[in-house]
Design a protein around this ligand. Structure first.
Ligand SMILES: Cc1ncc(COP(=O)(O)O)c(C=O)c1O
Length: 442
């Protein structure tokens, strides 16, 4: 980055420090990962200069001889990897991809069902703060107290409300999605079924999570989570989807452009193509398998030390620690101080609020791409248990004013805590043995 360094040292330094932060700490946020260097090279390319409104070989601007190749390759790879007849790789990210599905198959005011945000669903599946609930009549469904989808409730709500569209997918759900069971419900009421596999796309490709391709009509995903690409999104239409609605592919394409977006981000499309190319290699299967093995090992070790996990374990890449009422923020901050980045999260039937939730969400994709295996998961579980021990006596008041003061005191306490400092330095040493980027010449 020598040119950037010379021209804009403030931005250069922030990026340099971010590389250091990522290298020296354990990234346990399950929606994050380290993209490969070829993916970042494509993302940083001159393709960012080009306008390409439209689709390959049907554009509104000239000069598309290279962008057409790039986007066509991305589309073909996506179709092959997910076993679908149609793919749109232009969504700027996961949220616009999901909004495009509404635009494609619903009219404003239509009824849509999705997993409640507090139960692990995504904002765009109809949460009240999302634009999706401003334009559509959204009915949330829930998980049972055991952390698994409440299929009986989904069926009851679907029969009652006759939704046009049902979402299956989540942002904080540790169990395999029963796509076939939800498909039966959607088919019974004539709804479109959209599977949002943003979190698990890499696991589906690796064959360690069942694919929704046979069951859903539409599949959406982000490209930057387990898939290990750049930030971005994709929408796919399945054979079942085309059978239900032969116009579905055109409806999706139209929803992205011109309904919602302008020119595609060609540099992002190129990086998606590169990531999909990587996902076709046998090594990607191994990575996906190891992500799940690591998550299961981490979950088992945490539970061995008495830590409570929602649904008592995991089938995929993530798990949710039940930290006690409103205590997610305490564990998030204390783990951060010890060199482990996680995010506070609500848990099913959370007795607290989304701002002070009772859980912490963690996952293994980023640990796995740096080469860590079950042995390291055991170590990490031990550190998490030690952090929890350090903060367990800290009271967290319910009163708002008292809570702000208590949090200030807590921050000062963890800032000086010797145990957390020593864990941080052990983690730094472990990370040196598992560099994220061996060849990053920045
Ligand atoms: C299940 C799910 N869908 C959609 C999204 C939205 O993706 P983005 O943040 O790229 O808009 C996310 C992001 O966390 C997600 O978890």
């Amino acid at each position: 980055m020598k040119n950037l360094k010379k021209q804009d040292p403030k931005i250069y330094n922030a990026i340099k420090n971010e590389i250091k932060r990522q290298e020296e700490g354990l990234e346990l946020i399950p929606s994050e990962i380290a993209a490969s260097i070829p993916v970042m090279e494509a993302l940083g390319s001159v393709l960012t200069n080009k306008y390409s409104e439209g689709y390959p070989y049907k554009r509104y601007y000239g000069g598309q001889e290279n962008t057409d190749i790039v986007e066509s390759i991305a589309i073909e790879r996506a179709k092959k990897l997910f076993g679908v007849p149609h793919a749109n790789v232009q969504p700027y990210s996961g949220s616009p991809a999901n909004l495009a599905v509404y635009v494609a198959v619903c009219k404003p005011g239509d009824t849509v069902m999705g997993l409640n945000l507090l139960d692990g669903g995504h904002l765009t599946h109809g949460w009240k703060a999302s634009a999706t609930s401003m334009f559509y009549n959204t009915i949330p469904y829930h998980v049972k107290p055991d952390g698994r989808l409440d299929l009986e409730e989904i069926e009851r709500l679907a029969l009652k409300h006759k939704p046009k569209l049902i979402w299956v997918g989540a942002t904080a759900y540790a169990r395999e999605f029963p796509f076939e069971k939800i498909a039966k419900i959607a088919d019974k009421v004539g709804a479109y079924l959209a599977a949002d596999i943003a979190h698990i796309a890499g696991l589906v490709i690796a064959g360690v999570h069942k694919s929704p391709a046979k069951y859903a009509h539409i599949i959406t995903t982000t490209t930057h989570k387990t898939l290990r690409g750049p930030r971005g999104g994709m929408i796919m239409v399945t054979t079942k989807g085309l059978k239900k609605d032969p116009e579905l592919a055109q409806k999706i394409d139209r929803a992205i452009f011109p309904n919602l977006q302008g020119g595609p981000h060609n540099h992002q499309t190129a990086a998606i193509a590169v990531a999909l190319g990587e996902a076709m290699k046998p090594s990607f299967k191994k990575y996906g398998q190891q992500v799940v093995k690591n998550a299961k090992a981490l979950a088992a070790e945490l539970m061995k030390s008495g830590i409570k996990l929602v649904s008592n374990g995991t089938d995929n890449h993530l798990m949710l620690i039940d930290c006690g009422k409103g205590r997610g923020v305490l564990l998030q901050d204390a783990m951060g101080m010890a060199g482990m980045t996680v995010n506070k999260n609500t848990i099913p039937l959370d007795p607290s609020t989304p701002f002070y939730p009772s859980g912490v969400r963690l996952g293994t994709p980023s640990l796995t791409v740096r080469g860590m295996k079950e042995k390291e998961m055991k170590k990490i579980a031990g550190w998490i248990a030690e952090v929890m021990e350090e903060i367990k006596t800290f009271e967290f008041p319910e009163d708002k004013e008292e809570r702000i003061a208590a949090l200030k005191k807590f921050k000062a306490y963890i800032g000086k805590n010797k145990k957390l400092k020593s864990i941080k330095s052990e983690i730094k040493n472990l990370c040196k043995k598992f560099p994220l980027y061996k060849d990053l010449n920045w």
